[in-house]
Design a protein around this ligand. Structure first.
Ligand code: LLP
Length: 386
């Protein structure tokens, strides 16, 4: 089954562009609020890195979610969209001084700190402002996730976080620094995770670490388990809203919280992935010796996921009902990896047809680049095109 799109309105727009179905986005946000709301101590932040289109951010902010940022630019984008600073968490292995200062000046909820030198700099910069920064330590839990190697983050070999064996030392150090307050532990094992047992493994690890801390009479205010819940790229229409009930129930069941603790989540892909589509026009149909190519006007500059992670995005010809034929769908960029899919069955294509690359709401528009001096794609909301 194809997705349904306002083809007439599309015809008037310059391609390629991103299209966001805001009914689906709002339904997804309602589901998150309903399912997380069953557990009064759960707080959900939206991982801005997945999509920072200001119109999308504003809708997410209206739902009441907090924001998870990984750069000063993201902190600015979140604040500009109206996310309250006290719901902003800020992670990242390499925070520049101005980025830390931005967080301090706005009194954000928490810095997720990834190294000792960073902790020292935060302490210094907070001292200069007469403030006390709230910090959580991002602990690398050495838990693998069944996902693509480029998007797994919780293994000892990855650059992220503080090694588990260093946790005690870093906490001791924080206690000696007057301008930081150690308030939480942060984790994130990877992205596009569909196997709940990966999250169970994380819960077990968090429980172990908390037991160690309790022995030292330390109970942190909050635990942040990051994001990572995946979406169904193969069948975008089958269950467009991920199973948040199962996701939150998994944490409720397996993660042991101590009295007064809150549990924070940083979900990106699961929030915005399915509501976004990259719409592109067929420029040429080229017959090769063994196959045919549909050459489209979108390229890896507009959606880099297939080239970077060999990611699958379902492709549909939304303007043709002609019998299907197989095509390699390729972009115009001067790189052999500028391929969206090989031997893809599409309703017979001709010049001018519109193709939809589905499930592109997360890590699509935001990862676009100007390589080959191309213009960045524009993002439209469904409610703007009515
Ligand atoms: N929290 C932290 C600390 C993260 O590093 C990430 C994603 C998230 C939360 C949100 O993860 P999500 O819920 O979206 O899985 N560009 C890649 C994905 C990179 C993910 C980076 N970190 C892709 O297109 O698949």
């Amino acid at each position: 089954m194809k997705g349904t799109f306002p083809i007439e309105q599309f015809s008037a727009l310059r391609t390629p562009f991103y299209y966001y179905d805001t009914t689906l986005l709002r339904d997804t946000l309602d589901t998150i609020n309903r399912e997380a709301g069953r557990y009064p101590n759960f707080c959900v932040h939206y991982a801005v890195k997945a999509n920072a289109n200001p119109k999308v951010l504003r809708i997410i902010k209206e739902s009441g979610l907090g924001a998870d940022c990984v750069s000063g630019g993201e902190v600015r984008a979140a604040l500009k969209a109206g996310f309250p600073a006290h719901k902003v968490v800020y992670a990242g292995v390499g925070k520049s001084d101005w980025e830390i200062e931005l967080g301090l000046d706005n009194d954000i909820f928490c810095f997720n700190v990834e190294s000792v030198p960073e902790l020292e700099v935060i302490n210094q910069l907070a001292a200069a402002r007469g403030k006390v920064a709230h910090v959580a330590f991002r602990i690398n839990p050495n838990v693998g996730a069944h996902t693509h190697a480029n998007i797994t983050t919780g293994l000892a070999e990855n650059k992220f976080g503080i090694a588990m064996e260093d946790m005690d030392r870093v906490i001791d150090m924080a206690h000696t620094l007057p301008h930081v307050k150690f308030v939480g532990l942060h984790f994130h094992i990877g992205s596009q995770i569909l196997d709940m047992s990966d999250f169970v493994a994380l819960c077990n690890r968090v429980n172990q670490l908390q037991e160690q801390l309790v022995q030292r009479h330390i109970i942190v205010e909050h635990i942040n388990v990051g994001g990572g819940l995946g979406i169904d790229y193969q069948h975008p229409n089958r269950q467009p809203i991920p199973d948040f009930a199962e996701y939150f129930a998994t944490y409720h069941k397996h993660l042991k919280l101590y009295p007064g603790q809150t549990l924070h989540f940083e979900l990106g892909r699961a929030v915005v992935g399915q509501c976004g589509t990259l719409v592109t026009r067929v420029l040429y149909v080229k017959q090769g010796s063994h196959k045919q190519f549909a050459i489209v006007d979108a390229g890896m500059t507009d959606l880099i996921r297939p080239a970077l992670y060999q990611a699958y995005h379902k492709i549909e010809n939304i303007t043709s009902e002609a019998p299907a034929e197989a095509y390699d769908v390729v972009g115009p960029i001067c790189e052999s990896s500028d391929v969206f899919g090989k031997a893809i069955d599409l309703n017979r294509c001709q010049r001018g047809d519109l193709l939809a690359l589905r499930s592109a709401g997360a890590y699509g528009e935001i990862m676009a680049s100007g390589y080959n001096c191309r213009e960045l794609p524009i993002g439209y909301l469904s409610e703007e095109l009515k």
